[in-house]
Design a protein. Structure first.
Length: 140
């Protein structure tokens, strides 16, 4: 609902509630160069009915340029087999993985391949060996 009162009427009402005279406000505004007034512009817009809700959360700055896609890794045969071993239990691992993605895929694979979770000792050892091979590749 739009408020039909003027900005000066609302300002006088707010200052009367705070027991500040209009002359003190004008003197303060001259010292503060106009932008650092006692009321925020968004709050005044809310009081006048121009916006429905006052948001106090800061806006997050976005990057001007989107992130470039990473190129796919060129893996030798041993590294490719290691990647396929990890993909059997963690299929979300792409060909252009980084260290963080490799670690999370390893953790998911170990949870599924662990003997206490229904896997076998051979698959568990294969997952660990695959992780070591790919970790050496990523850390080059």
């Amino acid at each position: 609902m739009l408020n039909h009162r003027s900005f000066s009427e609302i300002l006088d009402e707010v200052h009367s509630e705070n027991k500040i005279s209009r002359d003190e406000t004008l003197a303060t505004e001259k010292i503060n160069a106009g932008w650092e007034t006692m009321l925020e512009p968004s709050h005044l817009a809310f009081l006048m009915g121009r916006i429905s809700k006052v948001s106090t959360t800061p806006k997050v700055a976005t990057n001007a340029y989107p992130a470039r896609p990473r190129p796919a890794h060129t893996l030798n045969e041993e590294q490719f087999l290691a990647l396929e071993t990890l993909r059997q239990n963690a299929p979300l691992l792409n060909n252009n993985f980084n260290l963080r993605e490799l670690r999370s895929a390893y953790r998911r694979s170990v949870l599924k391949a662990h003997p206490d979770q229904g896997g076998t000792a051979e698959t568990f050892q294969a997952v660990k060996k695959s992780y070591q091979i790919l970790l050496a590749f990523v850390n080059k």
